[in-house]
Ligand binder design. Sequence first.
Ligand SMILES: C[S@@+](CC[C@H](N)C(=O)[O-])C[C@H]1O[C@@H](n2cnc3c(N)ncnc32)[C@H](O)[C@@H]1O
Length: 251
Amino acid sequence: MKSWQDLGFEIEITKDESPTLRLLQSLDPAKAFGESMHHSGGASIETTHLYGNVAAEILTKIQKPHFMVVGLGLGYIEMNIAREAIKRGCSVGLITSYEAIPELSEFFIQWLHDRAGNLSPEVSSVYDQALMHVLKGTEISENQIKSFLKDHFQTVADIHGPLHADVQFVSRYHGFFYDAYSSKTHPHLWEEDFLNRLLRESAEPYCLLTTYAVKGTLKRALKNNGFSITEREGFFTKRGSTLGVRASGVS
Ligand SMILES: C[S@@+](CC[C@H](N)C(=O)[O-])C[C@H]1O[C@@H](n2cnc3c(N)ncnc32)[C@H](O)[C@@H]1O
């Protein structure tokens, strides 16, 4: 049974007490510390601020929306989508999640389907804690979230591998949750040509894109594809974050 350490991560408890994972070694050789999946100010609060609230907005406008998540990580975004849909009694048409590290997809599926015997206790406990924080302040149960997500993620084959530069998109989406590292290992994710293709080939006319990042290439691609850009406050010490909105035909 693999541990977080075997995958090159350590557990970090953030300021809202929700857990995240930090890389033991940085992707950027110039940096002394490994990147964390979330801001130390609060993994759960940050996810709601950047992604959960946007899922809620889309769910109020579109029936059975399609969501793309780039970077499954611990699955906080998927849990947020489920929470917002359950709150409103809505269905979600499709969640297409991409994840570069196969074990993260495998762990998530094992945990979701309650196969704790296939996971080390420290691994399942991180998912349990994450879900507990996602559900804070709601009446929704852990089983409701799991059952909702199980319909979308039955096996590990339902989670896509890395989002490659030459990806063939499998659908069109109303929401993009763009949460991969701004890493040196997958630079195409933030290149203007790739972002233009992503939006041209896989965005629905009504579409929102949200990300923790602020990048000129992304802003230009959003503008090129008819999105307006809302400057949002960054989370805690972050300098900003990007929300692109193309509200064609929907008020
Ligand atoms: C910031 S973390 C995501 C946190 C996650 N959204 C959550 O809610 O827990 C970034 C994730 O993106 C993944 N990643 C990096 N490059 C990727 C790519 N090209 N395609 C898909 N996932 C990628 C990493 O392995 C990592 O799990």
